[in-house]
Write a protein of this length. Structure first.
Length: 548
């Protein structure tokens, strides 16, 4: 088969797979791997086609080749840890060989597989679900009949097990020693701790993993699931209330000085052990959410009552009662309109950075500066316009207008799916009109995290001398442990996340803790209240012809 015919067969096989014509697809993918047996992508497609066609015996050797060669093409399922042995287990289950299936499921769990609940819903696993060995293999724990201490110790054991099982890079000896010692102390101290104290200590243990995605959330309706109906923000010049429920809008714009007489700086430092992080900038983003959670503040000795706090503000003292946490309430400013936002009550026109934070992505032309401002708030598909369609629209606009500069604002972007950004980055970097010093400005900050951190990293690397970074350091490191695959602790019902992927830098020499700005422009309340954007002001100040 020559190269031309090979390409034609690959295209036809892909079309048959897309149409879910699995038998025809399998025959074509078999020709592909016969011609090129060295590429795991072809074997993965062949395994998938045979699996969906019900040819489990034929799918098994194809999956073996995927396991031997490895495969990477985007975020296809087979690229994730433990998936290939799970799919092989499903083939053996479909063939009635339950011992082989169980052995492969054990292997998948050792490799860090985290999608057991989803995969086991597949019909091919129906017979395997009745096997009495399966719960133990999957680590399922039955807490029925356990007393309180045994139940909490079971939750602790699950956290420790998942920390080791999911972690994509080994602990250093020192880190492992600290982690094991903390877990051991909690195991011993647990009988004399109140439930809320156990929850706080578990939260600290998870935060100690050095994983910015790691978290432990209280079960809805429990005593821990209370939060203040206001949202503070840590500006460079103080902590201010930037959002509030209708009942507390009088506090909007107030500077917070103390909680129950304790200076606000002391309270911010006090919640720090609860915060998982990639670096020391991300806690600036996470701290405000913890300042709302009075039950946790009470356990930490930072407030006197788990259900309320006496706030000392720039306009006086006020008692604020906590309310049951609702998922609709914003955990981050300013993404949600569920609370009233202070900037919406100010008279001046909103600056770009506060104008449409709910949208995943949008852009605006600034013709007087031959500039386009692009705000990229989520690495996700917007229901109204796909990222691919948006990229085409942006590219067409750049080509059709006299644009010499692009501002990419990532300061509110907390992440999403890194695999989506390739086409957007390619279009930006390939824009010839931007290929000059200060052709691209990238605004980043404490919220630029996870997939957004990856986006910033790739854009910085590939843009070279064309890019100027503005704002604050990013909340993600260049290399970080991250992914969101939460699970529920069996006794307490608390929702836990521990990451299972290791995202690496562009080169082995890049060991920065964050992407630092060339032009440092931190957020200040003074600028916020005056409806000014320090980052955009810094950009405009360095443009040719600037009065500065």
């Amino acid at each position: 088969m020559d190269a031309r015919e090979y390409r034609q067969v690959v295209d036809e096989a892909g079309a048959r797979s897309a149409a879910e014509e699995w038998a025809a697809a399998a025959a074509l993918w078999a020709r592909v791997v016969e011609a090129n047996p060295h590429d795991g992508r072809g074997w993965d497609q062949l395994a998938e086609a045979r699996w969906f066609a019900g040819d489990f015996a034929g799918a098994l050797p194809a999956f073996e080749q995927v396991r031997r060669l490895g495969v990477y093409h985007g975020d296809r399922f087979a690229t994730f840890r433990g998936v290939v042995p799970v799919m092989m287990a499903s083939c053996h289950a479909g063939l009635g060989d339950f011992d082989a299936a169980m052995e492969l499921m054990e292997q998948a769990m050792r490799e860090g597989f985290v999608h057991a609940d989803e995969v086991l819903e597949l019909e091919v696993f129906a017979s395997l679900r009745t096997d009495e060995r399966l719960p133990a293999v999957l680590g399922v724990v039955n807490v029925e009949g356990m007393d309180r201490d045994e139940g909490w110790r079971t939750d602790l054991a699950v956290v420790v097990r998942e920390a080791y099982r999911r972690r994509p890079v080994p602990f250093t000896p020192e880190h492992q020693e600290r982690f094991d010692a903390a877990a051991g102390r909690l195991h011993e101290d647990l009988p004399r701790l109140r439930d809320e104290e156990v929850a706080v200590e578990l939260t600290k243990l998870i935060a100690s993993l050095g994983d910015g995605h790691a978290s432990l959330s209280p079960k809805a309706g429990t005593d821990l699931a209370l939060a203040l109906p206001i949202h503070p923000y840590l500006f460079d010049d103080g902590v201010y209330v930037v959002a509030a429920e209708e009942s507390h809008q009088s506090l909007l714009g107030a500077r917070i000085l103390a909680f129950d007489g304790r200076p606000i700086d002391e309270v911010v430092r006090g919640v720090d052990p609860l915060i998982g992080r990639d670096n020391e900038r991300n806690p600036l983003e996470s701290s405000p959410g913890w300042l709302r959670r009075t039950p946790y503040l009470h356990v930490l000795g930072l407030v006197d009552d788990p259900g309320k706090v006496r706030l000392t503000t720039s306009s006086g003292e006020v008692e604020v009662a906590a309310e049951p946490e609702d998922e609709a309430r914003p955990r981050h400013f300013p993404e949600s309109k569920a609370m009233a936002q202070y900037h919406n009550q100010l008279g001046a026109p909103l600056p770009f950075y506060l104008r449409d934070v709910e949208a995943a992505y949008w852009f605006e032309h600034v013709p007087e500066h031959r500039l386009v401002y692009l705000q990229f708030n989520r690495v996700a598909e917007d229901p109204g316009e796909s990222l691919a369609a948006f990229t085409d629209r942006l590219g067409d606009f750049l080509d059709a207008n006299e644009v010499e500069r692009l501002v990419v604002d990532l300061r509110w972007n907390g992440g999403g799916n890194t695999f989506l950004v390739g086409t957007l980055l390619k279009r930006i970097i390939g824009a010839r009109q931007l290929d000059h010093p200060d052709g691209i400005f990238m605004i980043v900050g404490r919220r630029t995290f996870s997939a957004a951190g990856n986006t910033a990293k790739y854009l910085e690397w590939l843009s070279g001398p064309s890019i100027t970074v503005v704002g604050e350091p990013t909340g993600s490191s260049l290399q970080f442990i991250g992914e969101t695959n939460p699970f529920v602790l069996p006794y307490s019902g608390m929702r836990c996340n521990i990451s299972n992927l290791y995202w690496q830098g562009m080169t082995p020499l890049d060991r920065r803790s964050w992407i630092a700005p060339h032009l440092y422009a931190p957020p200040t309340f003074a600028a916020y209240e005056e409806q000014r954007d320090p980052a955009m002001e810094a950009i405009l100040a360095v443009l040719p012809g600037s009065a500065g």
